[in-house]
Design a protein around this ligand. Structure first.
Ligand code: TTP
Length: 696
């Protein structure tokens, strides 16, 4: 349900930028000979030429629509050029589109606070830039106004017959008697026109824009004049815009709430809401939603532009329409493995490039039961705490699926295992990772996180026959909540899933939606979720000096998580694979595992391990064990706040992986007899290596 935010944002300048026929433009840039031709991007599928997911404006003129299949498009436009979405792992590979979206975001983000709202949509808060322009170079002071700005559509601006539209726009932009808010919007018009030109020059992509005082109105406006145009909503035009806007077109009103407004209150246009008092709307829909409805009827929305260039979640999904429906558990397992592998890869990239971790794994599916009288029953979505590592994610996802399937089949006597004639079929599968947050700086935090991972329960137990929590782990409040979600999926609006293109074979789905949109939630789960992909632009978060360590840390992290990483960082994949295989074959215990396996009775160990890196002495103790303790603890070496491991257990091949300086130090530990207890010099060493904020 929408939440009321009774904040007026009249003084702000907000732009919504939306790429035009985005996938087509990406393909046309790849194949310039397609430019200007009727073109469409289709999802890989042999049935009737595949489903169209993006249609160029030239093809639209011939009547080609996104709802068509390739063969239908050829019927209405024989000369149409159909380009297939790249395929990887048997499903759509959207990486090139994500990366193209990132290119655009990096340009737009120069101008103000930027929120990446989908693979091809961005919100910008240009208030500061507009204020500055108004103070320093207001439009009326400019000798020449850019032609792109003069082509803007200004809602409510009358054009007398025969009058020069550009002259009218110029006049509006340069009015000295306009109120402050419109003056700011006029500056926004110039800024956005300039940004759109920059995007075109640097990426060859055109985009359209809406400019107003809030996100809601800007989004509405950006769709009004496409392609490659911009539309402005001055304050005085808001009412006119909303009174003729069908209620279902409004963000968040495309679903049940919109239908209820139509059937219960006879509200067909947003403007119709003006007939109701706030109190009346609250009586019908509750305090928050009532107030929210009252506000949107007046074009009021206080939703802030979030400074977020990275996605809120990651996901991977695929549909299996018609005869392709999955009817046996092994085929479900196969596809889940594929989806989880992709998800895991993206999680590792996000971790390495952005130092972000996801905490919740969710599984969504669409299904049918052929013998089911209750054919509208939905396959329940399931979530659990996310454990890093491809195999773990695959295992957990399968368990979530089985838990969902049991619930879905419920009392119906349908076999879980399935067979060709089984009573159930899976028509869509997706896995997603959400609750993404930054890791606090410092390598120790990463280690702490991964060590904490093993304390989380895998959902496997929960998925067993009776879904009983046989062996509950001790969770923090937050974690235990998410564990319960294995049974009751969180109903976060933005995580609800819908498949817009049901007929499509592949879920190629980072398409347009907006956060909180009930119609097609943005980064929603069933669609493949938006990716934190700034691989081209965003440097590693290490200093240049540290960056060479990242591949090592990645491996160490993977080992700590007890799993192989699918992320090949900094080295050719084949080389990494060989290395990983050799480690696996040897069953190599990693250094960090040693660090973890200290006195099992000591619950503070991990804490000490992580805390002590910043200020640590290393002591070689007697016999075959080594202890590390922090300076502040040096007077109390007997307490729990000390950790140790058996040097005998160190596998030399692991040491070879470390930087030379660190290797020397560790090798010295392996010769304890040659080193006096408590005599390790405090210097550059392994503790510094793991301490991100120290320079080696
Ligand atoms: P949209 O922005 O909805 O459409 P568009 O950019 O193709 O065209 P427009 O100029 O009208 O905005 O979607 C962005 C991309 O998302 C689109 O190019 C392809 C992809 N997409 C899908 O894969 N499936 C879908 O069902 C939709 C709607 C989009």
């Amino acid at each position: 349900m929408p939440v009321a935010k009774p904040v007026s944002s009249d003084g702000r300048v907000i732009a919504h930028i939306d790429m035009d026929c985005f996938y087509v433009q990406v393909e046309q840039r790849r194949q310039p000979e397609l430019r200007g031709l009727p073109t469409a991007v289709v999802q890989y599928n042999s049935w009737k030429g595949g489903g169209l997911i993006a249609v160029s404006y030239e093809a639209r003129k011939h009547g080609v629509k996104r709802s068509m299949r390739g063969d239908e498009a050829k019927e209405v436009c024989p000369q149409i050029r159909l380009v297939q979405v790249p395929v990887a792992r048997g499903k759509a590979d959207l990486n090139s589109y994500r990366e193209a979206g990132s290119e655009v975001v990096s340009i737009l983000a120069r101008a103000g606070r930027c929120e990446r709202a989908s693979i091809d949509e961005v919100y910008l808060d240009l208030t500061d830039a507009a204020e500055t322009m108004l103070a320093e170079t207001p439009p009326e002071s400019l000798e020449v106004i850019d032609d792109e700005a003069l082509k803007s559509h200004i809602l409510g601006l009358k054009h007398e017959d025969g009058s020069d539209m550009k002259e009218n726009v110029k006049e509006w932009l340069c009015r000295s008697d306009a109120d402050h808010r419109d003056k700011l919007l006029a500056c926004g018009v110039l800024i956005v026109a300039d940004l759109r030109m920059q995007v075109l020059q640097e990426t060859q992509f055109t985009c359209s824009a809406g400019i107003s005082h809030n996100k809601m109105l800007s989004k509405l406006a950006s769709a009004m004049n496409k392609p490659a145009q911009q539309t402005v909503v001055p304050c005085l035009s808001v009412q006119g815009l909303l009174e003729s806007l069908p209620i279902k077109k409004m963000k968040q009103l495309g679903g049940k709430l919109g239908s209820s407004l139509q059937s219960e209150l006879g509200v067909n246009f947003v403007g119709d809401l003006l007939r109701f008092s706030e109190q009346k709307l609250q009586e019908y829909y509750g305090i928050n939603t009532g107030t929210w409805l009252w506000n949107i009827a007046r074009g009021i929305s206080g939703e802030e532009v979030e400074g977020r260039l990275l996605p809120k979640s990651h996901g991977s999904g695929k549909t299996f329409p018609g005869p392709r429906a999955l009817k046996m558990l092994p085929s479900v397992q196969h596809w889940l493995n594929e989806l989880c592998e992709e998800l895991s890869e993206r999680l590792h990239i996000d971790l390495d490039q952005n130092r972000r971790i996801a905490r919740t794994l969710s599984l969504h599916a669409s299904a049918y039961m052929s013998s089911d009288s209750d054919s509208h029953k939905k396959f329940p979505s399931k979530s659990c705490p996310l454990r890093y590592g491809t195999i773990k994610i695959q295992e957990d996802a399968m368990n979530l699926f089985q838990a969902g399937l049991r619930e879905y089949l419920g009392p119906f006597k349908v076999k879980m295992q399935g067979n060709k004639k089984s009573g159930w079929g899976i028509t869509g599968l997706s896995v997603s990772a959400s609750k993404i947050s930054d890791i606090p700086s410092g390598t120790s935090s990463i280690m702490k996180y991964f060590q904490g991972q093993d304390q989380l329960c895998s959902p496997s137990k929960l998925a067993k026959d009776k879904l009983e929590l046989e062996n509950p782990c001790s969770f923090s409040e937050d974690e235990s909540n998410s564990t319960l979600n294995v049974i009751e999926h969180m109903k976060l609006p933005e995580e609800e899933a819908t498949i817009k293109n049901e007929s499509s074979d592949l879920v190629s789905t980072e398409y347009k939606t907006s956060r909180n949109s009930l119609e097609v939630p943005f980064y929603s789960a069933m669609p493949s979720l938006e990716k934190a992909d700034f691989s081209q632009e965003t440097p590693l978060s290490f200093s240049g000096r540290e960056s060479h360590l990242e591949p090592k840390l990645t491996e160490l992290r993977s080992k700590v998580s007890g799993e192989e990483s699918t992320f090949e960082s900094g080295r050719p994949a084949s080389e990494q694979q060989v290395k990983r295989n050799s480690l696996r074959d040897k069953g190599t215990p990693s250094l960090l595992r040693f660090f973890r396996r200290v006195d099992p009775s000591c619950s503070l160990q991990n804490e000490v391990l992580t805390q002590s890196f910043d200020n640590t002495n290393i002591c070689s103790s007697s016999e075959n064990s080594i202890s590390i303790h922090g300076d502040s603890l040096s007077e109390d070496l007997q307490g729990k706040e000390m950790w140790q491991y058996n040097v005998d257990e160190i596998d030399p091949s692991v040491i070879d992986e470390l930087p030379l300086k660190i290797q020397e130090e560790v090798r010295a530990w392996l010769r304890p007899q040659k080193r006096q207890a408590n005599s390790v010099r405090r210097s550059v060493g392994i503790t510094d290596y793991f301490s991100r904020n120290k320079k080696l």
